[in-house]
Ligand binder design. Structure first.
Ligand code: KG4
Ligand code: ZN
Length: 377
């Protein structure tokens, strides 16, 4: 079964083609266009800007995916629809404008090609990046026909909007154990990056800067770590960093000679020392990873799962991946860790097509609508 997957929930426009196998999907094509550079200029995503970019990228990305994945040219399309069995699309959660571009494209393709359409929850989609062949684990283990993931599993979904722990007994059979109470992990990285004057999205930049930083110089809080729940909260961490950067900037102002030139300089315009930025980046990353790893492993032990899967943009973080693996070994947790290839951690159409393959419930295109507020159903 071949599935075409469409993802447009935020700032990536992606179309992928996958072929479903017994317990994984094989990647045929994954085309991603992003409006990230535009959002970097404003320090965050402006929904209207993201929606316009979706509109601009949608059809060229679709065309490229059909050519790469199926060798299908626009001329071929005038003769017959491409050989895909279904169209999968993200219908929420996300920004309404961007979501609508993908949803309307899927509705149109379903109508003109007469193919079934499968709506996919973006957050569940992230989990399915682990069921794609190209999985790092699979490559190193030389397992040809098995992806190796066993149920029950525990999924940590960490992105710009979510930090969730999901317990899954099987495909489509899941329970949300906990989620973010305020800022999500990726959001915390992005907001703290802004305080430090780093570009958006700050997650990958903080990871890079942390390499040259001393994680022990600043002691940042580990919110909710000791509480007996599976929820996360990162806004306190952001406030702690804000307080620290404010103090550092105040000290710099006090150290400057009194001069009329200082009038009108906003405190936030004062550049922090480069090493201090690295140290705050390292302290921030250590605090986020500490909470994510400890809570995930406690949940894994208490639910006695066989597999732990990471997903979402923050799962691209190498330190998170390595710490999770080394702590599983150190604490002798009886579950195997799976992580998607780094490029499949951030938003893409492959994970959407994969989720549709394993949770195949097509609907009539007339019933398909976007739902920006969608939670787990
Ligand atoms: O899943 P995603 O592409 O979009 C959402 O659905 O939100 O995740 C984007 C988030 C951003 O907050 C970004 O800063 C974070 O993932 N991120 C990272 C890394 N790469 C992306 N955070 C930490 N380390 C990374 N390497
Ligand atoms: Zn996402």
């Amino acid at each position: 079964m071949k599935i075409l997957g469409i993802e447009t929930s935020c700032d990536e426009t992606s179309v992928a083609i996958v072929e479903g196998k017994k317990n994984y999907v094989e990647l045929k094509a994954n085309v991603v266009a992003t409006s990230l550079a535009e959002h970097a200029k404003t320090g965050g995503v402006i929904p209207e800007v993201a929606a316009r970019a979706q509109l601009k990228f949608m059809l060229p990305v679709l065309q490229e995916a059909l050519e790469k994945g199926l060798g299908y040219s626009p001329a071929d399309l005038t003769i017959k629809p491409p050989p895909v069995d279904a169209i999968a699309v993200t219908y929420g959660p996300g920004l309404i404008g961007p979501l609508l571009i993908g949803v309307e494209t899927a509705r149109t393709l379903s109508y003109v090609w007469n193919k079934p359409v499968v709506p996919v929850n973006h957050m569940l989609g992230h989990i399915y990046a682990n069921f794609v062949r190209e999985n790092e684990k699979l490559k190193t283990k030389n397992e040809k026909d098995e992806i190796g993931i066993e149920f029950p599993l525990l999924a940590l979904v960490v992105s710009g909007g979510h930090s969730d722990l999901i317990y899954m007994k099987g495909h489509g059979d899941y329970r949300v154990l906990g989620g973010t109470r305020d800022d999500a992990a990726g959001e915390a990285f992005d907001k703290i990056g802004r305080l430090l004057g780093l570009p958006y999205p700050a997650g990958p930049v903080i990871e890079e800067r942390a390499k040259a930083g001393d994680k022990k110089r600043f002691k940042f809080p580990r919110p909710l770590l000791g509480e007996k729940n599976y929820d996360f909260s990162f806004s306190g961490l952001k406030t702690a960093v804000w307080r620290e950067t404010n103090n550092l900037r105040n000290q710099t102002i006090m150290g400057l000679p009194r001069s009329p030139d200082l009038n009108g300089i906003a405190r936030n315009d004062i550049q922090l020392n480069e090493q201090t930025i690295n140290d705050i980046a390292a302290g921030t990353q250590a605090a986020v990873i500490d909470v994510l790893v400890k809570k995930t492993l406690r949940a894994a032990e208490e639910t006695d799962v066989k597999s732990i899967v990471l997903s979402g943009g923050v799962a691209a973080n190498k330190m998170l991946r390595e710490t999770m693996q080394s702590e599983i070994e150190r604490q002798k947790i009886g579950a195997k860790l799976f992580v998607p290839t780094r490029s499949l951690c951030t938003d893409n159409g492959v994970m959407i097509a994969a989720a549709a393959y394993f949770n195949y419930s097509p609907i009539d295109w007339r019933k398909l609508t976007a739902n920006p507020e969608l939670y787990y159903e």
